[in-house]
Design a protein around this ligand. Sequence first.
Ligand SMILES: NC(=O)c1ccc[n+]([C@@H]2O[C@H](COP(=O)([O-])OP(=O)(O)OC[C@H]3O[C@@H](n4cnc5c(N)ncnc54)[C@H](OP(=O)(O)O)[C@@H]3O)[C@@H](O)[C@H]2O)c1
Length: 266
Amino acid sequence: MRTALVTGASSGIGRATAIALQGKGFRVIGTSRNPSTLREDQRIGGVEWLALDLEDRASIAACAQAAGPVDVLVNNAGESQSGPLEELPLDALDRLFQLNVLGPVQLTQLLLPGMRERGHGRVVMVGSMIASFPLPYRSSYAATKAAIRAFATAAREELAPYGVWLTTVEPGSINTGISQRRTKYVAEDSPYKAECDTVIAALDRKEASGISADDVAATVLEAVQAEKPKSLYARGSNAPVVFALRRLAPRGAVERITARAFGLTR
Ligand SMILES: NC(=O)c1ccc[n+]([C@@H]2O[C@H](COP(=O)([O-])OP(=O)(O)OC[C@H]3O[C@@H](n4cnc5c(N)ncnc54)[C@H](OP(=O)(O)O)[C@@H]3O)[C@@H](O)[C@H]2O)c1
C-alpha cells in the first residue's frame, strides 16, 4: 500500500485531497499545526495525523521523521496574503515565503531520498493560478506560488530518471473559506486602499462562487496517478479558456484583462 502525506489536511483542498487519496487505497497521513485540537468534523476516518508547522524548521524535520517512507507528497498547506507591494511588512513576507515556499521545499528535500531509492515518487505542489495570472495587490502571494512552481518545474528532470515526478496543480477560485483566513496589509489612509479593497472584494466574491475543493482534489489525484505527470495542471476559473488566451494574447493585454476581471477598470 502506498503512503501519501498531505500537508494542511484539516480543511479545504487538503482535506478533500486526503479523502480522495484514501478512496483510491492510499494510506494517508494528514498534517495540521495542532492535530489534537481538530474538531470531529475535521477528522477523517482512517487518516493518521502528524503535527506540522511549516514556519518551524524543527517541526518540519520531526514530521518527515515521524512519517517514515512516503510515496506521495502533496504540499498543500499555505496562506493567502494581500496588500499593495509598497506596504507589505518584511516580517509578513518572511513568514509567507517560509510557509508557502521554503517549508514545503525543506519537507520535499527530506522525503525525496527515500522516493529516489525506492524508484517511485510523486510530489505535488499546490500553487495558484495567480502565479500564471499575477494580480495587483496580490504580489507576495503570486510570488510565492510562482516560486514553488519553479522549484518543481526546474527539478523535474533531476528526479524523472528515478521514477520520481514533481508537478504543480494551480487552483483558480475555490470555495474553501480561505478568504476569511487571508492576511491583509493595507493602511486605512493608504493611497491604494480603495483599489485594493475593490480587488479583494472581487476576489472574495469569486472564491465564494468558486468550484469545490473536491474538484481540485480530483485533479491532484489525476496528477498523482499519471504515469508521467504533466508539469502543470490547472483547475477552476475557466482554466482551459484563460490559459489558451494567455498563450495567444500579448503579455500586457493579459495583465490588463486580469486586472479588469477583478474590478480595476482604469
Ligand atoms: N481556495 C482557493 O481559492 C485557492 C486558490 C488557489 C490556491 N489555493 C492554495 O491551495 C492550498 C489550500 O488552500 P485552501 O483554500 O484549502 O486553504 P485553507 O482551507 O485555509 O487550508 C489551509 C491549510 O493550511 C494549513 N496551515 C496553515 N498555516 C500553516 C502552517 N504555518 N504550517 C502548516 N500548515 C498550515 C491549515 O492547517 P491547520 O490550521 O490545521 O494547521 C489548513 O489545513 C493553499 O496552498 C492555497 O494557497 C487556494
